[in-house]
Write a new protein. Sequence first.
Length: 281
Amino acid sequence: MIQPQRQPEMPDLRVVAVADLLLHEQHDAQRSVPLLERLRADGVLKNPPIVASIPGEQRYVVLDGANRVTAAQSLGMEHIAVQVVDYEDPELILDTWYHLIKGMSVEQFKDLLAHLPGIRTEASDLMHARALLARRESLAFVEYPHGEVCSLFAEGNLHQRTQRLNDIVDLYKVHGRIFRANTDHLPSLLPLYDDITVLVVFPHYAPAEIVDLARVGAFLPAGISRHLIPRRALRINLPLAVLGNGASLDEKNRWLSSWMKEKVATKTARFYQESTFLFDE
């Protein structure tokens, strides 16, 4: 017997106050500035930030979209459309990006790292470095193209150690170029990039840590946390004029609800279940 195809759950799109959105990571100026100019030129919000409600509060933690929220703040927007997700949804995955660095010499990177206050380095092999990081005994580890591995250590609580992570990223985000990687197996990355300096491998975080960091304003460096969102809403292309008019939040949300119904009725909202590569980002 053929089972009827179920209608996928629609994304929870809402208009919320920008002031109620809390970032858990630094914004990336290399991305947020061009995004700001694109918002001004196009006049539409293409992809909504992904947020989760903070239990017991009327505020939200931004899981993905720090640059979009920062751009909205720079534009003086009072309200913005977001996709609200359940942080306890078993289909939502919190992963980690690693930083592949180019544009500086290994010697320059090592010298900057050696003179960074509050960081202790220790030579290691890859398996031991992975174990130290998994137990959160180390802060991070670095892996060089010739095979050398070094674990990084810092004292303090979650917030203090987060600041040390920012200090490390600040070393190379000015002097080098950052590419995001989802593996700490450097040999598999070497054929894809030229002149790699180092791979910086960060720990995996728990959702409770992300919320805690957001509530106290202790931001992770940009490009570390990676949220895999089920049923993500993309290309909604909402006019900024609608988000920025003088209507109340309730009025804007009623408009958004009608807009979604029209999209479904006219079959201009489509759900793609298969994994997808995009080549126009």
